[in-house]
Design a binder for this molecule. Structure first.
Ligand SMILES: Cc1cc2nc3c(=O)[nH]c(=O)nc-3n(C[C@H](O)[C@H](O)[C@H](O)COP(=O)(O)O)c2cc1C
Length: 406
């Protein structure tokens, strides 16, 4: 019997119960997929599907992540990895790690603080935050919440005076880069949204009433806080003025006649760095470099625009061989672990950007959920580098990566 008590005592371990429900939840989240599961429980299905879903048959959405899993490491051992450094330079400025936060419109549907929560977490992690044109917190509000590195995402709209005025506001607020999204001549078709009748700004109607009632915390948050609007467009003349700007007003603004010549317009109206987001071929990467932009984001909009577009990670090496050194190369789409970032850097990317990964964290546990994701990605990177024998980002080379053939 005393033996039994001793053994029991040696194996029993009670942690004090965490009183904060968000922190309790985060303790159990080992990875981004766990946070996605939590987000699915907390959000109405329509909202979750808007964030989680992709265009058409969602082939590109799934390929974006699968293409990372199809890459294997060729790890080296006995390399003295006692000290590992992942701080880096992006657009000529220091960053704590080679990744940044991609623009995601309508962030307040995931959490009432929305873009402010994400921008604050990015600032704490010393990573650049990109504010979407279609954000639910304004250029000025986000700048007040984040004195660190910020980029502003724009579309080339028909009404250039609206774009120009947003660029001027971003410049006045210290945003360092304009990220022009070029994969959105028209909106992609998202089958999940069509099926659920999902609308932006969100509406509670007969089809969404039950969905909202089943997620009372989200619904109460929605009703308790100020209306969710396209904050940057309040007062801008892009709707018929009868009600707040709707998504249909936005899609009517997309200028389908834009060409490479219009990059000149952006140059003339923006003094900071320029990033082209949505490059999907080597040929367009070369054109971008010849138009003297500072960076390109290899991206298919997280599989939300053209279904059947290539997974960005598959473009990194050929694009780096074509234009690397002349221009920063960002790999955007499908990143769920720090090891994905290590793979992209090894193949020649300067940095990566993440979208859904931080949105799942935000939806699961608010601002601390975003902190948790950024910290997981950073520690994943350090662990992966130790295990493959790389001390610095310069040690990451294509020789460390192989295509996995099942
Ligand atoms: C809910 C949501 C909203 C998005 N909104 C925008 C946007 O307003 N502008 C833009 O350029 N990209 C937008 N994107 C695309 C992201 O910037 C990024 O390219 C994509 O999320 C990367 O893929 P990942 O989610 O797999 O990381 C959005 C993505 C999501 C998931």
């Amino acid at each position: 019997m005393p033996q039994f008590v001793d053994t029991l005592r040696s194996v029993l371990q009670f942690q004090p119960r965490e009183s904060d429900a968000d922190l309790r939840r985060l303790r159990k989240a080992a990875n981004v997929e766990d946070l996605r599961t939590m987000a699915r429980r907390r959000l109405p299905r329509g909202v979750f599907d808007y964030i989680d879903g992709g265009a058409d048959a969602e082939v590109s959405l799934h390929r974006n992540s699968q293409a990372f899993r199809d890459l294997e490491f060729k790890p080296r051992v006995l390399c003295d990895v006692a000290s590992i450094e992942i701080s880096s330079q992006l657009l000529g400025r220091p960053v704590a790690a080679p990744f940044a936060l991609a623009p995601t419109g309508f962030t307040r549907i995931a959490d009432p603080q929305g873009e402010l929560a994400v921008a604050r977490a990015a600032r704490r992690a010393q990573l650049p935050y990109t504010l979407s044109t279609l954000s639910t917190r304004s250029i000025e509000e986000v700048a007040a919440a984040n004195s660190g590195s910020k980029w502003f995402q724009v579309y080339m709209w028909r009404d250039r005076t609206v774009v120009k005025s947003m660029l001027d506001r971003a410049a006045a607020c210290g945003y360092e880069a304009a990220m022009l999204t070029v994969d959105t001549a028209v909106f992609g078709k998202r089958d999940r949204d069509a099926r659920r009748g999902f609308a932006l700004p969100p509406k509670i109607g007969p089809s969404t009433l039950i969905d909202g009632a089943l997620h009372p915390r989200w619904t109460l948050d929605l009703l308790r806080n100020e209306p969710i609007l396209f904050s940057n467009l309040i007062g801008a003349d892009v709707s018929d003025g009868t009600e707040a700007v709707q998504l249909a007003d936005i899609s009517a603004q997309f200028d389908q006649s834009v060409t490479w010549d219009d990059i000149g317009w952006l140059r003339d109206n923006w003094q900071g760095s320029i990033i082209l987001k949505g490059i999907q071929t080597v040929a367009d990467a070369e054109l971008a470099a010849s138009h003297n932009v500072d960076a390109i984001a290899l991206s298919n909009h997280g599989g939300r625009q053209l279904d059947g577009s290539p997974a960005p990670i598959t473009l990194v090496q050929p694009v780096a061989e074509a234009v690397g050194g002349n221009i920063d190369i960002i790999c955007d789409g499908g990143i769920r672990r720090g090891s994905d970032i290590v793979k992209a850097i090894a193949l020649g990317a300067t940095a990566c950007t993440i979208g859904r990964a931080y949105l799942y964290g935000l939806a699961a546990a608010g601002e601390r959920g975003v902190d948790h994701v950024l910290e997981m990605l950073r520690t994943d990177m350090l662990r992966t580098m130790a295990l493959i024998g790389a001390r610095t980002l310069n040690d990451l080379t294509p020789g460390l990566i192989a295509q996995h053939h099942p």
